[in-house]
Design a protein around this ligand. Structure first.
Ligand code: SAM
Length: 95
């Protein structure tokens, strides 16, 4: 039994937003097209997204060129995650 949800379930985002004290930074590993990064930025106010593929990372940089709430880091999460860890006084959501 159970269910499968493609992407982040909206109820998880809305519940998390009620639990985390502002400011919040969402960190995403695997940007792909950037849809979830956009959703995370809208839900939490700021998203740092990490993409290993140079092609997807470049497309995301272009997509978010005028979206200051999204920061795209290019490289493997294994290497880039330390750069994306929010400061201790900032709430964080990892997706
Ligand atoms: C399943 S998609 C991610 C989907 C996205 N998070 C979403 O919710 O729409 C997988 C993405 O992760 C990227 N990826 C795979 N391994 C990675 C890694 N080690 N570090 C960063 N990105 C990675 C792939 O290039 C691909 O764009």
């Amino acid at each position: 039994m159970g269910f499968f949800w493609e992407g982040l379930p909206p109820f998880l985002l809305s519940w998390s937003a009620t639990q985390l004290a502002a400011p919040v930074i969402a960190v995403e590993t695997g940007t792909f097209s950037g849809d979830t990064a956009q959703l995370l930025a809208e839900s939490f106010g700021k998203c740092i997204t990490i993409e290993r593929s140079a092609q997807f990372a470049q497309a995301a940089r272009l997509r978010f060129i005028n979206e200051s709430r999204v920061t795209v880091l290019e490289g493997s999460s294994r290497d880039q995650l330390p750069m994306a860890i929010p400061p201790r006084d900032v709430s964080s959501f990892f997706g």
